[in-house]
Design a protein around this ligand. Structure first.
Ligand SMILES: [Cu+2]
Length: 352
């Protein structure tokens, strides 16, 4: 009796973990899973998904066969008494041949379709009139998007037009990151000293939609806070976005206003040493703020771009998002007074 109870108790913890896993995995619905890799919304993501489905099916079959055999063997050949030991054999040519040939065959089939798929992905154009190039740079812990054809530089929000193939030229400013917008395309590492390419292509139905992505290679303290947004435009709305991004502004703001004070503080407090505002400052460490108000999110796409979040950010950035400013990573706390914060926000709000 006590033996039986002990057995049940031993099963308790693994059983509970298994149950919790099954229960929790059912929590999310497709519509509320912005990064569900099984819900592809663009041609390249669909190509990948079409490969994933049959490979997963094969894996399920292999899993079931292996588990059934393991359980069967454990029951059938369990120890029955003190002097019970299994029959000793040495080698079985037929079985050894079988368990070598079968996996080799399965892997060859999977490999065949993988190679076909790689060829398909490689066939997306990398240059030409229908291709738009974007330099994507991973920073600890935010993304920089630089459009070499227009000179636009922005952060965390990638804006693209439908119809064009986007040639993402992926680099890193520090450590290895991984660029991953799962509903649109695959995942590719951003490696220091290397330029990697990947393509993004969207369908007409994607226009007007926003897709989420995430750095997918552990890159230090705020890796989890290194998200990104891809905003897909119709050609017309993309042209409007581009026109706004390329417009230059005047920073000669009246000195006796909040915004005017903020513009002066932006320089005197050292913000301009880290942030570029075209025609005003030329910092290289943090995101380009020239058209900051055109972005809906900031700091690795984790905060909404509103006054409340900006105020909290400027009060104490490392409290909002874990960063290591003492090691030169991220934005330091500049110990600003509340009135200085108000002035700086008023200035930032002119950066449309
Ligand atoms: Cu990361």
């Amino acid at each position: 009796m006590t033996q039986l109870l002990g057995r049940i108790r031993r099963l308790g913890l693994p059983g509970a973990i298994l149950l919790a896993g099954v229960a929790l995995s059912a929590c999310g619905k497709n519509t509320v899973q912005p990064q569900n890799v099984l819900d592809p919304k663009a041609p390249i993501a669909r190509d990948l998904d079409r490969l994933w489905d049959p490979v997963f099916a094969i894996a399920v079959v292999v899993f079931v066969i292996v588990e059934v055999l393991v359980v069967m063997v454990a029951i059938r050949f369990r120890r029955r008494g003190d002097d019970d030991s299994p029959k000793q054999i040495h080698g079985n040519t037929a079985m050894e041949f079988g368990w070598t040939a079968a996996p080799a065959l399965i892997l060859a089939v999977v490999g065949f379709f993988t190679v076909i798929n790689i060829g398909k992905l490689d066939a997306y154009p990398k240059a030409g009139p229908d291709v738009m190039r974007v330099n994507v740079t991973g920073h600890q812990w935010w993304w920089e998007f630089d459009y070499p054809e227009t000179g636009v530089v922005t952060a965390n929000e990638l804006h693209i037009p439908v119809g064009k193939t986007i040639d993402v030229r992926l680099a890193s400013a520090d450590v290895i990151h991984s660029f991953w917008p799962p509903k649109l395309a695959g995942k590719l590492d951003a490696v220091p000293g290397r330029l990697n390419h990947m393509q993004i292509k969207t369908d007409a139905v994607d226009a007007g939609q926003t897709f989420w992505g995430q750095c997918a290679e552990y890159c230090g303290l705020s890796h989890a806070n290194m998200r990104l947004k891809v905003v897909v435009h119709t050609p017309a709305s993309y042209a409007a976005w581009e026109e706004n991004q390329t417009a230059s502004a005047s920073y000669a703001l009246p000195a006796d206003t909040e915004a005017g004070n903020g513009a002066a503080l932006f320089r005197s407090k050292g913000c301009g040493g880290c942030h570029t505002i075209n025609g005003y400052t030329a910092g290289k460490v943090g995101p380009n703020l020239t058209h900051f108000m055109s972005r809906e999110v900031f700091a690795g796409a984790i905060f909404p771009n509103d006054v409340e979040s900006l105020r909290a950010w400027l009060r104490d950035p490392p409290k909002m998002k874990p960063m290591m400013p003492n090691n030169g990573l991220g934005m330091p706390n500049l110990n600003l007074a509340e009135t200085e914060i108000s002035d700086l926000i008023a200035f930032l709000q002119t950066l449309k």
